[in-house]
Write a new protein. Structure first.
Length: 137
């Protein structure tokens, strides 16, 4: 991978990480007794067939058979736009030295002109291996 492809990959990965860290979603679960019947993310959960019978049973026993649980996974509410304000000068200098040293590792080398590209081998008039009956095995 070239350097530009690597930079594009990291910038895309960071954008996706930022997006997924700020997204909030809910997970809704439906239980009948102690058994998990349905799970839904971003939508309402489907109720089981026992839901109609539950109202009759609840009137008799006062204990519900089915229950729904709702879990909320919350993302970040605030983003720190300028995280370097909290760093002291030593930490900032260390980061700058690391970035400068990391960037200098990937120096593009000048490609030298290859002289063998334009080389045309001579035409073979006599096959000397066949003449001397010398074969590579």
């Amino acid at each position: 991978m070239g350097r530009t492809h690597l930079q594009q990959f990291f910038s895309t990965a960071m954008a996706l990480l930022l997006l997924f860290s700020t997204v909030s979603f809910t997970v809704e679960k439906h239980f009948c007794g102690d058994e998990l019947i349905a799970v839904a993310v971003f939508s309402k959960v489907e109720k089981c067939a026992m839901e109609a019978l539950e109202t009759e049973r609840e009137q008799l026993t006062k204990v519900p058979c089915c229950k729904d649980t709702l879990e909320v996974v919350s993302g970040l509410n605030q983003l720190n736009n300028n995280p370097f304000h909290n760093w002291n000068i030593d930490q900032q200098q260390c980061l700058i030295a690391f970035i400068y040293g990391y960037n200098s590792l990937y120096v593009t080398l000048q490609s030298e002109r290859c002289l063998q590209i334009d080389y045309q081998p001579p035409n073979l008039i006599i096959d000397r291996q066949v003449l001397g009956q010398v074969y590579i095995i």
